[in-house]
Design a protein around this ligand. Sequence first.
Ligand code: ZN
Length: 317
Amino acid sequence: MDLATEKGASSWLTTRPIEDLGFALHKGAFKDALALRYGWHPTRAPSNCTCGVTFTVEHALSCPRGGFPILRHNELRDVTASLLTEVCHEVSIEPNLQPITGESFNGASAITQDGARLDVSMCGFWGGRHQKTFCDVRVFNPHAPSNRAPNMATTYRKHEREKKNTYEQRVLQIEHASFTPLVFSASGGFGNSASTFYKRLASLLATKRNEVYSQTMACLRCRISFALLRSSIRCIRGARSHRGAAARPVPPAQLSPVMEPEKATKFRFQEEQKTLLTQYWERGMQCCSKSVSAMIDECAIAAKCSVEQVKVRPEEE
Ligand SMILES: [Zn+2]
């Protein structure tokens, strides 16, 4: 619930579905968006990811197969750059940093390689017309164990600090520019620096377009919110094809059964389901040729319940 109550995380839910602005979702995407928001398992998701790991939302948001985390990062970079072109000069995507010629930095994690690039640069954002700013985007998976801090603010600060340790000194000393890390959670929240950055951007856009600041800010939040949401849905539903081989639809036997989320939490096994599950468990224990995960999948289909419920033996429920 912490993720759902973050500022910006509900922008997609409270906006009107205006198709021209890309704010409309089809029914499947809407259900997935609700599942992501409330931490439900998406309906009819495959039991296993194409990389072989058991399919979970936590895994899907980070799995590199299909390149979806990179696409999510690039989506945020491109949305930001396109908005910046309205109000800044010299907006550049993936600008190269100047090579290092003998300069040294304090931190061990500062980047020193030639050919280092940041995500976006522009002039006239902070400070005067010729003042340059570099930004670097990170979208993290809030469900990943490494991001489970006591509160989200700590996680945002951790990622911002990592970005600053890597790039800030080099940008300040060599480029004589400023650096802003743009950290987002895949669930739709912003880090502190990103929040300040987009407030400034909304203020510049509102002046330029002669709009009310609060409306421009709301619209900007929606653009970011939908970019993150669509990218997260793509991580769950996108076809993770291999080079030279298109992905095929997942056969029904490998899909988790359709479960209404509210029923899933109150689920109690019916008598015939209990019998069926017990039979499956006993057969599974004796049958060595069949993998346990295949047996669990088959059992979930037969008993019309979720894979997670099958993993709990009926008598243990
Ligand atoms: Zn995977």
